[in-house]
Design a binder for this molecule. Structure first.
Ligand code: 3HC
Length: 685
């Protein structure tokens, strides 16, 4: 039987058209066709006075079907459907619940009125996909809420809760009994003969205020094409007649949708959703219920992880070994909550109240999930897991936050390795969205499913990875750090390397990031592995540990402790290191720096894929976008590699390996094979 997409029922003289395209009522061809025919039927039915549009399932509609972008348009397109609704001789009222986004909101805006459920959230998130609202959003929203508010809504992509939408004029009513209220309003409109259309309104608000807000947006830093297009389209709403503005918006939409930036951002959207799918996990695998957590270690990582649980409303026991460490940890958590200035005191109190500090590890017994976040020392971790095996309740998930140690060796300390895995958070753990979930050889599907569900609940983007030194992100970072060290030795200075990285799109360059993270951490990790790095070692030997002591690859002033300032002392250290190794320094171009930072890392990514440490190339992209600041509009390293062409990268690596004698630069076999076949990583997933 073919899928229905909509079903229609009646409430008296009102036809209720229900959108039925699970899971999010994306407005694909089938649904558009379904709505158009149901609307026509209602218009032709003499017994129908008015129409209500409502979504079945969890939301009204999440917008256009993103999978259709870049494919030939099938009629009716969204714009045609929207025109048909607006032109309906019978009033159409949208009854909105859940997330009403993008084209879904644009559809609602073409109706003659809108009623929202209390849980409704309205937004135009197109900018996050590198496009602008292309079905009238930039023309209708300013007419309803004013140009300045529309600018903020459209360029942030943020969602607006129902009550705020009512207050600003985006919806007419907020109601408990959604369909009833919408049907009543529809009937009242029919009785009054009134067919209000947003297109007939003019844009309220002060032009100067809008211009200032627009200039502030486009005047700072890198402005992506989608942001500029949003501003231009809203200007058109102010300046042009409605139909001209609409045509202009659609022109901009067509240009953006075929841009590399938008393709990359759409890639990241789907990559994020795929990253937690486990190929061999049976569909009926159930996550275990988690209503309490314990975190062992109140240092920077443990504190951030604890905050993530408290933020999600999950009670969490924070375990330390000394009063002083526990107090320091709690003080830092409190200071972090206060620092943003955005969390009301009552909310801070509530979250702090969810944290139970203790020096007694036995208290981990009550937790459904225990996360160990102590020093990166195998012996300490093994000891803790031995204890947890005795203490934790049966079935509890036991996770280590190690960033490179062997999860299998840790789980072997327990008699329940199926319950053990890695949950590798990124610093600051209360902010960074990436969560590498490290699957040990004995980790059960239920344990994995639980970690994924918990990760999502605490606002993270989980990605499944396998066990190896550094897992995915840090292993690739290792390749980049090695390249950075070599660049410094051959002639580049820290600020030149960082400038190349920021020109590529990173918010921060690798050396500024190292300073932020603390150079002593890298030093300890190198020592543990017996690795030497001439420049990095000389910098830490000189007592330069990064931002924490005001000097690292840069120096930092009291006036702004976070602003890196190039330091002649560092240049001296670097030049001496080059001399000691007999390396003749030279000027290195920005283009070369970017290649040398990115391509070895992509090669490492290829090896990671080959070894099955990452399930898909797109998982690697998610890790770099959410954990390491890779610009989403460049899609992640593996997507970028596909865009550059794998042959270019393979040839470059082969040449570098030959010139430098560094075998790690030899192209990975999978990269070589795909390049020979003229294919990209995406085709191999
Ligand atoms: N098109 C196609 N598929 C979509 C989709 C869309 N707009 N929105 C969600 N999906 C898919 C997801 O890929 C996922 O598929 P999967 O189960 O196969 O992995 C499934 O729906 C469920 O999505 P989530 O896992 O993200 O579910 P959540 O409940 O966590 O989140 C959501 C729901 C908030 C709606 C989130 O999916 C979301 O943000 N969706 C995108 C919204 C968006 O960007 N809308 C604008 C689209 S562009 C547009 O409308 C252009 C117009 O202006 C012309």
């Amino acid at each position: 039987m073919s899928k229905a997409y909509v079903n229609t029922d009646r409430k008296g003289a009102v036809a209720v058209i229900r959108l039925d395209n699970p899971p999010v009522n994306a407005l694909g061809h089938g649904l558009r066709l379904g709505i158009a025919s149901a609307l026509k039927a209602a218009e032709e039915d003499a017994g129908v006075k008015a129409v209500v549009l409502v979504g079945n399932g969890r939301c009204f509609s999440a917008g256009a079907d993103i999978t259709e972008f870049g494919k030939p348009l099938q009629s009716p397109n969204l714009a045609d459907l929207i025109m048909a609704i607006e032109a309906s001789p019978k009033p159409v009222v949208a009854a909105i619940h859940g997330t009403t986004l993008g084209g879904g909101l644009e559809l609602a805006l073409s109706c003659h009125a809108r009623v929202a459920a209390k849980d409704a959230k309205l937004g135009l998130p197109e900018i996050k996909l590198g496009i602008l609202p292309g079905a009238g959003g930039t023309q209708r929203v300013p007419r309803l809420i004013g140009a300045e508010k529309a600018l903020k809504m459209i360029t942030s992509g943020d969602m607006m809760p129902a009550e705020e939408a009512k207050a600003s004029g985006l919806v007419n009513e907020v109601a408990g009994d959604l369909v009833d209220a919408a049907a009543k309003l529809a009937e009242a409109l029919a009785d009054s003969g009134d067919l209000p259309r947003v297109r007939d309104m003019s844009v309220p608000g002060d032009r100067d205020t809008f211009d200032k807000a627009a200039a502030a947006l486009t005047g700072r830093g890198r402005v992506l094409p989608a942001a500029k297009a949003c501003v231009d389209a809203i200007k058109a709403a102010i300046e042009m007649p409605f139909d001209k503005g609409l045509a202009y918006e659609y022109e901009l939409f067509k240009q953006l949708v075929s841009s590399d930036e938008s393709k990359a951002q759409r890639h990241v959207f789907f990559a994020e959703r795929n990253a937690a799918k486990v190929a061999d996990m049976p569909a009926d695998t159930q996550a275990k219920p988690v209503s309490s957590a314990a975190v062992i270690g109140a240092g920077t990582m443990g504190g951030g992880i604890t905050m993530s649980f408290a933020n999600a409303g999950i009670p969490v026991t924070l375990i330390e070994t000394t009063d002083a460490a526990l107090k320091r940890g709690l003080d830092t958590i409190l200071a972090n909550y206060k620092r943003s200035g955005r969390t009301p005191q009552a909310e801070i109190d509530r979250r702090m109240g969810l944290i139970t500090p203790t020096l007694d590890i036995e208290k981990a017994a009550g937790a459904d999930i225990v996360i160990e976040a102590v020093f990166e020392e195998m012996e300490i971790k093994k000891e803790i897991f031995g204890k947890l095996d005795r203490i934790a309740k049966p079935g509890a998930v036991l996770a280590t936050n190690t960033s490179y140690l062997d999860v299998n060796a840790i789980s072997a300390m327990t008699k329940r390795p199926a319950d053990v895995l890695g949950m590798h958070f990124f610093s600051p753990a209360n902010v960074m969205k990436l969560l590498e979930i490290v699957r040990g050889k004995a980790t059960s599907h239920a344990t994995l499913a639980t970690a994924i569900a918990v990760g999502r609940k605490i606002g993270k983007v989980p990605v499944i990875v396998g066990v190896c030194d550094g897992f995915v992100g840090n292993r690739m970072l290792g390749a980049r750090l090695k390249a950075t060290e070599q660049l410094l030795l051959e002639g580049a200075l820290p600020h030149e390397i960082d400038a190349a990285a920021t020109s590529f799109g990173f918010a921060m360059g690798p050396l500024a990031v190292s300073d932020l993270a603390g150079l002593d951490i890298g030093m300890r990790a190198r020592r543990a592995r017996g690795v030497r790095a001439a420049v990095a070692d000389a910098i830490t030997d000189a007592g330069r540990y990064g931002q924490k002591n005001g000097k690292g690859y840069y120096r930092y002033d009291e006036a702004d402790k976070r602003k890196p300032i190039p330091d002649p002392d560092v240049e001296k250290i670097i030049v001496e290191a080059s001399e000691k190794l007999g390396i003749k320094r030279r000027q290195i171009s920005q283009e070369e720096i970017i290649q040398r930072l990115n391509y070895p890392m992509i090669n490492e990514g290829a090896k990671i894929l080959e070894e099955g440490i990452a399930q898909r190339p797109s998982d690697i992209d998610v890790i770099w976008v959410y954990g390491y600041g890779w610009p989403a509009w460049r899609g992640g390293p593996m997507h970028h590699a596909d865009q550059m062409g794998l042959k270019t990268i393979r040839d470059w690596l082969a040449e570098q390996a030959r010139k430098s004698g560094d075998a790690s630069l030899n192209p990975a076999p999978v990269l070589d094979r795909l390049a020979r076949e003229g294919r990209g990583f995406a085709s191999a997933s």
